[in-house]
Design a binder for this molecule. Structure first.
Ligand code: BYC
Length: 328
């Protein structure tokens, strides 16, 4: 059933089967012609493995990403903000569902993916391992993390794997609403009282480094970029996306009178590229490997949700049997 005789989760990259060179060449030509690869098409083992890894991590990021903002629903200032934030958080969870479905087309079951998230085997985005300490943190996430996500997702929605691209297109529609909501929330704080301005500045100070990390490690140490760009899963490198974010958002942040917490940040007039301070890549690797400020808390919440939902899944599989909820 699966190209290269691959059973998802059964082999490490070192055990990858040797691909038929003719099939591989045909596959790469198809990608170079700009055609989409669909689930029933032949694909090399490594393409499938990379896609599962990336789409699954993306799905986990959406579902875990609902948590830092989700904690602000009950405390959002005013009814309209509560409604908007609730809708946003629901959208993020919906994105996870779309992405899990896209990853399932490659042969890994949702159950396996959730198990790998909960056991710590699969990664999810670094940014969601930091706390949203104040309402301004929730605002900065909604504006700038979503901005980063849109840059990544709009670019990669032109990629080679059909189901992932279609999921990304749909997600980007919704993310653009989130971006407007986030911007509006930040503007309200940045043009508010002195205390509100300070609150949003403090939040930007806390989030700047994680946002710089969000696009992934620098190209010179990125493990997967070269292969993913060749196969048009990633349409730009990590550094290119980070530069695109800086190009678009540094002026907007400064326009609001906010100060970016990087004393050397400037655009090199000759190369047109942004020069920025080293955002501490050791911290990035610590966080993505389970040792950030909130990793344990985030997984504990997901484990609890999984446990509380068990009876629903069992009841759906076996509707005639009676179940009691864990709370009863
Ligand atoms: N966080 O070779 P590299 C959202 C890992 S959610 C954690 O450059 P790649 C939102 C990487 O996995 C949207 N880990 O990797 C939701 C690899 O480790 P493994 C999130 C990261 O794949 C709710 C290692 O570092 N967006 O917006 O070529 C509310 C080496 O890296 C990160 C996506 O998931 C990271 N930031 O490129 C609000 C986009 N970066 O697997 C908002 C989809 C790297 O070898 N993903 N690592 O153990 C991608 O586009 C790519 O996977 C990345 C990394 C650009 C992130």
């Amino acid at each position: 059933m699966y190209g290269g005789g691959y059973i998802p989760g059964s082999a490490s990259p070192q055990e990858a089967p040797k691909e038929d060179p003719e099939k591989l060449a045909e596959f790469e030509e198809k990608i170079n012609r700009g055609e989409k690869i669909e689930p029933h098409d032949w694909m090399p083992y490594e393409y499938r493995r990379q896609l599962i890894r990336m789409i699954e991590q993306h799905a986990h990021s959406e579902i875990i990403g609902a948590l830092p903002e989700g904690t602000w629903i009950t405390r959002a200032p005013g009814f309209k903000r509560k409604l908007a934030l609730m809708a946003k958080v629901q959208d993020e969870v919906g994105h996870a569902q779309l992405l899990y479905s896209a990853a399932e087309t490659l042969g890994k079951s949702r159950e396996q993916m959730i198990n790998d998230l909960l056991s710590g085997k699969s990664k999810y985005s670094n940014v969601f391992n930091y706390p949203a300490k104040t309402w301004a943190d929730a605002a900065i996430i909604a504006w700038l993390v979503d901005a980063g996500a849109i840059i990544n997702q709009t670019t990669n929605s032109k990629g080679s794997y059909g189901p992932y691209c279609r999921a990304l297109e749909r997600i980007c529609w919704e993310e653009s609403f989130h971006l407007r909501y986030g911007y509006d929330t930040v503007v309200a704080l940045a043009t508010g009282t002195k205390k509100q301005r300070q609150m949003v500045q403090d939040a930007l100070n806390r989030w700047w480094r994680p946002i710089m990390h969000f696009f992934g490690p620098p190209d010179k140490i990125s493990v997967h970029t070269e292969k993913l760009v060749r196969w048009k899963v990633k349409l730009a490198t990590n550094d290119e996306m980070r530069q695109q974010f800086l190009n678009m958002y540094v002026p907007k942040i400064r326009e609001l009178g906010l100060e970016i917490p990087d004393p050397i940040l400037h655009k090199d007039p000759e190369t047109g590229k942004w020069i920025y301070s080293d955002p501490d890549w050791d911290e990035f690797f610590r966080v993505i490997n389970g040792n950030g400020p909130c990793n344990k808390e985030r997984l504990a919440v997901r484990k609890k949700a999984e446990m509380m939902g068990q009876w629903v899944r069992r009841a759906l599989r076996n509707p005639r049997q009676q179940y009691v909820t864990p709370l009863a």
